[in-house]
Structures are given as structure tokens and as C-alpha cells.
Design a protein around this ligand. Structure first.
Ligand code: CAA
Length: 380
């Protein structure tokens, strides 16, 4: 079995690489330094179809599959993890939740502008007291006047401030545990729904992260996603796909760090020769390249299985677990190869390391991925 991208997929890969090099690379340091979320990039992302990568053209999307999606996120992550993360959260969390579980009316009203890139999307599962324990949701939705009154909060939400549309879960029947959680579509025009506290983060600083507060926020019945009580199960299925994109993001970050280290190793002269000629450095580069290749294969396998309509709970968690930990290791070795210079902001590798760390936490920590994988293995 030869597992490689076809001509069309390679074309997509290199066109995104070109875009990232020309439109993103020149700004990476400043955006990171100032925590600037570049909303001005949105029209360009939209023009390339990146705001609706995995949705059919009839809903304003680019009609691509997960293999193409993973390839695109990898290329964005290779240059700037933040932009990769934003595109991933917009596509596979918010927009995909509406695509997978919304009715036709909800898709026309909310998915189409999201997929066309006219709107930004956010997704709210995590709460201050419900992180890894996602079914511990405290936010409530109580029936009232033909709709729901929502109270509570969500935190660590990508695009909480700039989003037009938010999909979030709330408890609709406390007695029923995880079967008493439902998902709703919120839009920024609704009263009683606001963003608060933008986080000052270690990495992924150009991707906006903030909290969301609901205070007696009225949501009409038509904004309930799927059936009442299905929200937790829906969220788990959304994460099955989302974790593929975080794996791809991690592969991209690792690749970027590796390329920077390779270049530096060939240029940096010590003891009269480029340090790439020393076996100590060669072995590091060999390990980095091998781990990245393995992470990419695991990610593409999960993506290909998703495209084939197979259940990917185990594979997406394996890909995310492995790729995110590879990204941290590779970025750390890239700093080591750079020596003292790697510890400064004059070289890009310290940022790759800071960005990589998020991949072992967002969309479920490495510990949660191990738990998901173990449960899948044990019940097989
Ligand atoms: N597909 C289908 N069904 C699933 C499923 C899946 N992937 N995962 C769970 N289920 C079902 C189970 O079969 C079970 O069904 P029954 O009750 O009928 O048996 C039900 O859902 C409950 O499952 P669990 O018993 O496994 O639930 P749990 O409470 O033990 O939690 C968990 C499971 C895996 C720990 C889950 O809570 C989890 O994934 N936690 C991490 C949350 C997370 O990833 N948050 C990240 C937020 S997004 C983010 O970070 C975005 C960003 O912007 C960076």
C-alpha cells in the first residue's frame, strides 16, 4: 500500500504553502508579540475556501474531504499554529456541528455564511468547572415562552469575541446526566450573551481565546440542534473529527520547527564545521524527521477513514495524542539544536514550542486521549 497524496491534493498543499508563506509568515512575530487576532485575514481565507473546507458547495463550502482538510491545516500550522487553530476551530467545531446535526433551515441560515467566510464561528463545550469532564456542564437552559432561557458561562473559547455564531451546550434536564445536555445555536445579536476576559496565553497568541457569559439569554426553539438531550453525544462526535485537525496542526508545527532546525544546523559553524556534520545533531534530525512522518501517517489514516465514513473515535485520538506529543518533542529539540539562540525571539523555534504545547491540551488533553483510546480498545 502506497500512502501518499494525489496530484490534486499536492496542488492544494503547495497553494496553501505559498499563501501561508506570503500572507502569514511576514506577520507571525508581530501577531504573536501583540496577541493580535488577524480578522483582516478572513476575506483571503474565505477566497481560498478555507472557511468551509469540509462542507458541500451547496452550503457555500469547498467540498473537500478530511485528507485535504488535514493537509491544509498542516500547511497553515507549519507557518503559524494560531491561524491553523482558528481555521480548524471554525471548520470542525462550530460549522461542522451545524452541518452534522442541524436541520435544513439552520444550515441555510447559519452554515452558509460560516462556510462562505462571511461569519466567524465559535464552539462552547468547556466551562470553568467542566474541562476534561465535559458532561459536568453547569450552564442551564430552561424552557420559557416557546424557547429557552440560558444562564452560565463557557471558557477557553476560540473566537469568543469575534464570532458571529456560537454553538454551545447546556443542561436541559439535570436528572438525565449526559443525556440531559442539549446543543443550541447562538448568534451575536441575541441579548444576554457576551464575551469576557481575553486570555493572555503562552502560545497560539494570534488565535483569540476568551470566555462567554450567558445571562438570561433567550434562544428560540428553532435554534435547538438536533433533539433535546443529544448535545453531549453530538459534542463527542464533533470532537472525533476535530481531533484529526489538531493532529494535523501538530504535524505542521513539528514540520515548521524541524525545517528551521535543519536550516540552522547546516548554517551554524562550530569547531570549524557546520553543526549538521556532527552525529549528535544528525541523530536529533533523524529522530525528528521519523517522528513527524509517523505522526503524519497516523493523521492521514484517521482522515482517510473519516472520508470513508468509518468511526474514527480511536484513530483520531491516537493521531492527536501522538502528533501533539511529537510536536512538543520536535520543537524542544529544535530549540536545543539552536542552542542559546533558540531561547530567544530572534529565531522561530521557541514559538513553535509554545504553540505545540496547546495541541496536547486543546480538544482534550493527552490524558483524555489515552482514556478514549483505552475505552475503545477494551470494548472492542
Ligand atoms: N462517539 C459516539 N458516542 C460516544 C463518543 C463518541 N466519540 N464518546 C462517548 N460516547 C457515548 C458513550 O458511548 C456513552 O454512551 P452511553 O451512556 O449510552 O453508554 C456516552 O457517550 C457517555 O460517554 P462516557 O461514559 O465515555 O462519558 P464520560 O463522562 O466518561 O466522558 C470523555 C468521556 C471522553 C472524558 C469526554 O468527557 C471528553 O471527551 N472530555 C474531554 C473534553 C474535550 O475534549 N474538551 C475540549 C473542548 S474543545 C477545545 O478545546 C477547542 C479549542 O478551541 C482549543
Amino acid at each position: 500500500m502506497i500512502f501518499e497524496l494525489n496530484e490534486e491534493q499536492l496542488q492544494i498543499k503547495y497553494s496553501i504553502r505559498e499563501f501561508a508563506e506570503s500572507e502569514i509568515r511576514p506577520h507571525v512575530s508581530l501577531w504573536d508579540e501583540t496577541q493580535h487576532f488577524p480578522v483582516e485575514l478572513l476575506p483571503k481565507l474565505a477566497e481560498l475556501g478555507l472557511m468551509g473546507i469540509i462542507f458541500p458547495e451547496e452550503y457555500g463550502g469547498a467540498g473537500m474531504g478530511y485528507v485535504e482538510y488535514a493537509t491544509i491545516i498542516e500547511e497553515l500550522g507549519r507557518v503559524d499554529g494560531s491561524i491553523g487553530l482558528s481555521v480548524a476551530a471554525h471548520n470542525s467545531l462550530c460549522s461542522n456541528h451545524i452541518f452534522m446535526f442541524g436541520n435544513e433551515q439552520q444550515k441555510q441560515k447559519y452554515l452558509v455564511p460560516l462556510a462562505r467566510g462571511e461569519h466567524f464561528g465559535a464552539w462552547g463545550l468547556t466551562e470553568p468547572q467542566a474541562g476534561s469532564d465535559a458532561s459536568g456542564t453547569k450552564t442551564t437552559a430552561v424552557r420559557s415562552n416557546g424557547g429557552w432561557i440560558v444562564n452560565g458561562s463557557k471558557n477557553f473559547i476560540t473566537h469568543a469575541i469575534s464570532c458571529h455564531t456560537l454553538v454551545a451546550v447546556a443542561v436541559t434536564d439535570r436528572e438525565k446526566g449526559n443525556k440531559g445536555i442539549s446543543a443550541f445555536i447562538f448568534d451575536k445579536t441575541m441579548k444576554g450573551f457576551r464575551a469576557e476576559k481575553k486570555e493572555n496565553k503562552l502560545g497560539m497568541r494570534a488565535s483569540e481565546t476568551a470566555s462567554v457569559v450567558f445571562e438570561d439569554c433567550y434562544v428560540p426553539e428553532e435554534n435547538l440542534l438536533g433533539k433535546e438531550g443529544e448535545g453531549f453525544l453530538q459534542a463527542m462526535q464533533i470532537l472525533d473529527g476535530g481531533r484529526i485537525s489538531i493532529a494535523a496542526l501538530a504535524v505542521g508545527i513539528a514540520q515548521g520547527a524541524y525545517e528551521a532546525a535543519l536550516k540552522y544546523a547546516k548554517e551554524r559553524v562550530q569547531f570549524g564545521r557546520p553543526i549538521a556534520e556532527f552525529q549528535a545533531i544528525q541523530f536529533k534530525l533523524a529522530d525528528m524527521a521519523t517522528q513527524i512522518e509517523a505522526a503524519r501517517l497516523l493523521t492521514l489514516q484517521a482522515a482517510a477513514m473519516k472520508d470513508a465514513g468509518k468511526k474514527v473515535t480511536k484513530q483520531s485520538s491516537m493521531a492527536k495524542l501522538f502528533a501533539s506529543e511529537v510536536a512538543v518533542r520536535v520543537a524542544e529539540e529544535a530549540i536545543q539544536i539552536h542552542g542559546g539562540y533558540g531561547y530567544t525571539k530572534d529565531y522561530p523555534v521557541e514559538k513553535y514550542w509554545r504553540d505545540a504545547k496547546l495541541c496536547t491540551i486543546g480538544e482534550g488533553t493527552s490524558e483524555i486521549q489515552r482514556l478514549v483510546i483505552a475505552r475503545q480498545i477494551l470494548k472492542a
